[in-house]
Design a protein around this ligand. Structure first.
Ligand SMILES: NC(=O)c1ccc[n+]([C@@H]2O[C@H](COP(=O)([O-])OP(=O)(O)OC[C@H]3O[C@@H](n4cnc5c(N)ncnc54)[C@H](OP(=O)(O)O)[C@@H]3O)[C@@H](O)[C@H]2O)c1
Length: 276
């Protein structure tokens, strides 16, 4: 019962989890296990006898029904398998279960109120996995913006903006959208420590302080040596209403994972490493 199965292991967070768990990790890319394959999961649990399954598979774009399926319905089915087999289950949720404006970072005790398809899918996923596991051996981890070299640069706001800036175009960035970013390897280490101590419940992972997307992007371009023309705007400039303004998290239970600037510095190092 020493192993930990990690699904979505070729993704950014999944790959960091495989590194963090080291020899205990059984990393499963989509080619090893499509999370729609409940029998496959059961078979792999029989083979490896894991203490936990950490599901790092997910999507943040696409048709609403597909997002709901992959981020909610299928994780719920996986949790049913885990509950039946007595294996722990970790669901990676998101700060986007929130999004409304708020005076400070969201705590575990705050009531989610998702405002987009992705946020709704994560909130529904939380409900389904908790229901399947009856809260025993079930960890719901809400992640803020996670920084690292992404599997697909188009899927991550910061790398999308960096590509724009590298193209020499001026970049408009929201100064009123708040985040509490984490570097991906730091996030993976915290997830590992929670799994290792058999934690159950809902936890927020976050940096020690929050920053606007404008501050985060400005600092990233500075660290990357990109001479970008950055124009601070309000999120409303993009034609959105007051949705998705506050995506920052804090925890009443877990220690913060360090300063957001340090996360950006390590992110810049990761990107530079990839470029070499
Ligand atoms: N990155 C963030 O800032 C952030 C923040 C909050 C929460 N999260 C959550 O953390 C998890 C990991 O995120 P990430 O940034 O690592 O995303 P990612 O790099 O896009 O990785 C997601 C992985 O899931 C895989 N996948 C999708 N559908 C699958 C399926 N049906 N069966 C098996 N694998 C499937 C993808 O495989 P393919 O590449 O083959 O499509 C991909 O490798 C997601 O649930 C995400 O919602 C991430």
């Amino acid at each position: 019962m020493n192993k930990v199965l990690i699904t979505g292991a070729r993704g950014m967070v999944g790959a960091a989890l495989v590194r963090a768990f080291g020899p205990a990790a059984v990393g499963l890319g989509r080619e090893d296990l499509d999370i729609a394959d409940a029998q496959g999961l059961e078979r792999l649990c029989g083979l490896h006898r894991p203490r936990a399954v950490v599901n790092a598979a997910g999507v943040n774009r696409g048709p609403a029904l597909e997002i709901m399926d992959i981020n909610a319905r299928l994780p719920g089915k996986m949790a049913e398998v885990c509950a039946r087999l007595g294996v722990g289950y970790v669901f990676l949720s998101s700060s986007r279960v929130f999004g409304r404006p708020g005076p400070g970072p969201w705590l575990e005790s705050d009531a989610p109120q998702p405002v987009d398809d992705y946020g709704r899918s994560k909130f529904e996923g939380e409900r389904l996995v908790r229901g399947a596991m009856s809260d025993r051996g079930c960890c719901v981890l809400r992640l803020p913006m996670v920084l690292g070299a992404p599997r697909r640069p188009q899927n991550q706001i910061l790398t999308r903006l960096i590509e724009q800036a590298r193209g020499g175009r001026p970049v408009r960035v929201a100064m009123d959208v708040m985040h509490s970013p984490l570097e991906v390897n730091d996030a993976a280490r915290v997830i590992r420590s929670l799994v290792d101590r058999g934690a159950s419940g809902t936890f927020h992972l976050a940096s020690s302080d929050r920053a606007s997307l404008y501050e985060i992007f400005s600092y990233a371009t500075q660290r990357l040596g990109i001479a970008a023309k950055i124009i601070p705007v309000e999120a409303a400039w993009f034609g959105k209403d007051k949705a998705l303004l506050n995506l920052s998290l804090a925890s009443r239970v877990l220690e913060p994972c360090g300063d957001w600037r340090r996360a950006v510095e390590r992110f810049a190092e990761d990107l530079q490493e990839e470029d070499r």
